[in-house]
Design a protein around this ligand. Structure first.
Ligand code: PAF
Length: 289
């Protein structure tokens, strides 16, 4: 694996691969890699002749009171895991390489609507930061395929919509969430949990599962299911930002005819803010609640 830090170095590598007719698959990350990221690399390997990963903690997607400075950075371990996952090229730029104008980036990519709901309500500007950096990385790497985790479901839809609206020639692939054996979705932010919080955290997935199976069993009283989910998390001492049932395709409020749904939540526990989601299938013809 080659590790490069400049845009020019990425471009010349990828140009040579393209000239040789090779397909390029890309996995953007913020580092501190775990088994969830490794599964994204495996999905990229399946789809590309060459795999590029980026490790870049993107300041533009963190709010002023968020965890940009303390976000875990583990570059040596990341490089080792990427070699093991048979990544061909690691792009690990400094902030100045991506934002040469410092904080004065005048151009932002904003996926309106989709970026303002759910997590967007609690993290204003977050998805503009994500869409902007992902658009820049796509411009740098020029991949045929890019892989994103379904754990960040709203992010996946934001990126998909951005690629569609900007006619970017890249296929966006979603890869399934990887979970610990007790159900907790793997996340770099799990390391902010104390031992006691970590022991309680699987309740997030349990609550999503209970809600998704109630929907599957024919309960279509969305408001009550959302209220019950929120209350279950609160009873366990968590502070949920939201617990919401939405249409899987576009995160709109489900209508009577919609069958493909997704249950999403964001929960604050101690120093951590954790997100998770689960797809749910509503039986056709179930009455609206
Ligand atoms: O999911 C992430 O790690 C980040 O939001 C991403 C997509 C790498 C953009 O910074």
């Amino acid at each position: 694996m080659d590790t490069v830090t400049t845009i020019d170095a990425v471009r010349s590598k990828v140009r040579a691969w393209r000239a040789a007719g090779l397909q390029v698959a890309f996995v953007p990350t913020m580092g501190n890699l775990h088994a969830g990221h490794i599964s994204l690399l495996a999905a990229a390997r399946d789809r590309g002749d060459r795999v590029v990963a980026s490790v870049f903690v993107n300041p533009l997607q963190f709010g002023p009171s968020e965890d940009f400075t303390r976000y875990p950075r583990t570059p040596v371990e990341d490089e080792r895991l990427l070699v093991e996952a048979r990544c061909d090229l690691l792009f690990a730029p400094e902030v100045e390489e991506i934002y040469p104008a410092g904080g004065k980036q005048a151009t932002l990519v904003s996926v309106r609507g989709l970026s303002e709901i759910l997590c967007g309500q609690f993290r204003p500007g977050h998805f503009d930061g994500v869409a902007t950096v992902v658009a820049k990385l796509f411009g740098i790497v020029a991949p045929d395929v890019a892989v994103f985790g379904e754990k960040d479901y709203q992010q996946l839809l934001v990126v998909r919509r951005m690629a569609l609206d900007l006619s970017l020639p890249v296929e966006i692939v979603g890869a399934p969430t990887v979970r610990a054996s007790d159900g907790l979705a793997l996340s770099s932010r799990n390391r902010y949990l104390s031992a006691e919080e970590r022991a309680r955290a699987p309740l997030i997935y349990q609550t999503l599962r209970e809600t998704a199976s109630a929907i599957g069993a024919g309960n279509s009283d969305v408001r009550t299911l959302e209220r019950d989910g929120l209350a279950a998390l609160e009873r366990a001492g968590m502070k949920p930002d939201y617990f919401s049932i939405r249409t899987a395709a576009d995160l709109s409020e489900p209508d009577a005819a919609g069958t493909q749904l997704v249950v999403l939540t964001a929960v604050r526990m101690g120093r951590a803010r954790l997100i998770d989601n689960l797809r749910a299938r509503r039986r056709e013809g179930a009455p609206e609640g």
